[in-house]
Design a protein around this ligand. Structure first.
Ligand SMILES: Cc1cc2nc3c(=O)[nH]c(=O)nc-3n(C[C@H](O)[C@H](O)[C@H](O)COP(=O)(O)O)c2cc1C
Length: 435
């Protein structure tokens, strides 16, 4: 019997909380450089039967920004540590296609997939911030060029993952043959940006291939996602906008011979819970009261790809502000909301301070569950990337108060049905295309 459609849930892990001032909440974790903090978050995610935990990354830092952007572990290293203390939850991390070699990235995520027994996911990002270039001694390519590189990069990574066929490691004691060489091939890739021979020194992954995540919303970003992604994170502020974006991405997949169910679309949402609606709003106001104007402005300028500190805070956000060369997704969603709701710079700065441009929903557990259900059932998404304002408390509240409601309504799994991330996402294990 076909299973009823159910949500997928991810959690965006930032040790000090997704809210820019979440660490100031009483009892909140104080650091993103503390393994016990992320281990606790991963335990809560498994208690909530989450599909995956997600660790973002940037290749430069600014002490004036979000505390968990300013001081953090390198995410793949951190996931390797978490692989040892978790059993089911998917482990997703960002690695840039602009400032890496595909051979390195393919190898890292293949290793993580083996280490975790099939739970690795790679968030392929083009790195929007040009400050990364200063740390790699290179020029920062323009937006379009970054995506041209990314298209080839993802193909090379996937090609490298296909160099080993299943059953290549035979360990035949009688003949003394350890590996069947007929089941290991080079990639022999010669492209515009990369020349990679292969194979990797890593046998075929437990998942066949690790999961590929993506989060770009520009035209080339959507093409890359429609062609290659398994999970897509989106930035949305409005139900209609989310439905249109969802439909646009799913229909674009046909161009690449893919079925719409092969991608799970997960918008980011920060739930703020209270025992009454008023209490939830009060909590959000209290959090917003902790925001320091300096770092919220740095965050807003980064999201909009330009310094906006010279605008008077009470002036309306002008309607002719161009989309930046950095991230179309964040700037597009935030500016559309600002224009729709005639927001001032102060309002937009509050939005950036809360969830860095993501959607915030404050209410009782029932109200939040109702909203998530409405978005899911009206095909605005296939689930959510949850952004707890602080850790671990706000995440525990979601897992203990909202997840049971979703389970009771049949919208969410009561238990894992397999051990691998592909099992949670309902995606089949791919065969190697080289054999
Ligand atoms: C949930 C989410 C997580 C993201 N994580 C990262 C990240 O860790 N590192 C990064 O450089 N960009 C990250 N991004 C940015 C995008 O992946 C993308 O590179 C950027 O938005 C530019 O693409 P676009 O112009 O196509 O939107 C994230 C975006 C979203 C929505």
């Amino acid at each position: 019997m076909p299973q009823p459609r159910q949500m997928h849930l991810g959690v965006f892990v930032l040790g000090t909380g997704n809210h820019i001032a979440g660490w100031r909440w009483p009892g909140a974790a104080q650091s993103f450089e503390d393994l016990s903090v992320v281990q606790e978050i991963a335990r809560i995610a498994e208690r909530g039967k989450f599909d995956l935990i997600f660790l973002g990354d940037n290749l430069s830092t600014d002490p004036g920004m979000h505390p968990s952007f300013a001081a953090r572990f390198e995410p793949i290293t951190m996931l390797a540590a978490l692989a040892a203390t978790t059993t089911h939850v998917g482990l997703g991390a960002t690695a840039s296609t602009t400032y890496n070699e595909p051979y390195t990235v393919a190898r890292q995520f293949a290793s993580l997939d083996h280490l975790s027994g099939g739970r690795a996911a790679w968030n392929a990002v083009t790195s929007s911030g040009e400050k990364a270039a200063l740390n790699y001694g290179r020029e920062h390519p323009r937006h379009d060029a970054r995506y041209e590189i990314a298209e080839e990069f993802v193909d090379v990574v996937r090609g490298l993952w296909d160099c080993w066929d299943d059953g290549a490691v035979v360990r035949d004691h009688a003949t003394g043959r350890y590996i069947d060489p007929a089941k290991v091939k080079p990639l022999d890739h010669e492209g515009r940006f990369f020349r990679v021979k292969g194979p990797l020194p890593t046998s075929r992954c437990p998942q066949g291939q690790p999961i590929v995540l993506q989060a770009g919303s520009s035209e080339p970003g959507l093409n890359l996602a429609a062609r290659t992604a398994d999970v897509v994170f989106t930035v949305v502020q409005d139900l209609g906008e989310a439905q249109a974006g969802y439909q646009a991405l799913k229909s674009r997949m046909a161009r690449f011979g893919r079925h719409p169910d092969e991608i799970a679309v997960l918008p980011g949402v920060m739930p703020v819970l209270g025992s009454t609606t008023a209490e939830a709003r009060e909590k959000l106001n209290r959090l917003q009261g902790f925001v320091n104007p300096g770092n919220a402005l740095v965050m807003l300028s980064s999201r909009l790809g330009q310094d906006v500190s010279h605008y008077p805070l009470d002036a309306l956000v002008p309607e002719d502000l161009p989309l930046p060369d950095t991230s179309h997704g964040f700037a597009g969603a935030m500016l559309a909301k600002a224009w729709r709701e005639r927001m001032t710079w102060r309002d937009l700065f509050n939005l950036a301070g809360a969830a860095r441009g993501h959607w915030v929903v404050a209410g009782t557990p029932e109200e939040v569950a109702d909203t998530l259900q409405q978005w899911f059932e009206s095909r605005a998404c296939d689930g959510f990337n949850i952004l707890p304002a602080w850790f671990p408390g706000a995440f525990e509240e979601f897992v203990d108060q909202v997840v049971p409601l979703l389970q009771r309504r049949g919208l969410y799994r009561r238990d894992y049905r397999g051990n691998m991330l592909r099992d949670h996402l309902g995606l089949p294990r791919p065969r190697s295309r080289l054999f």
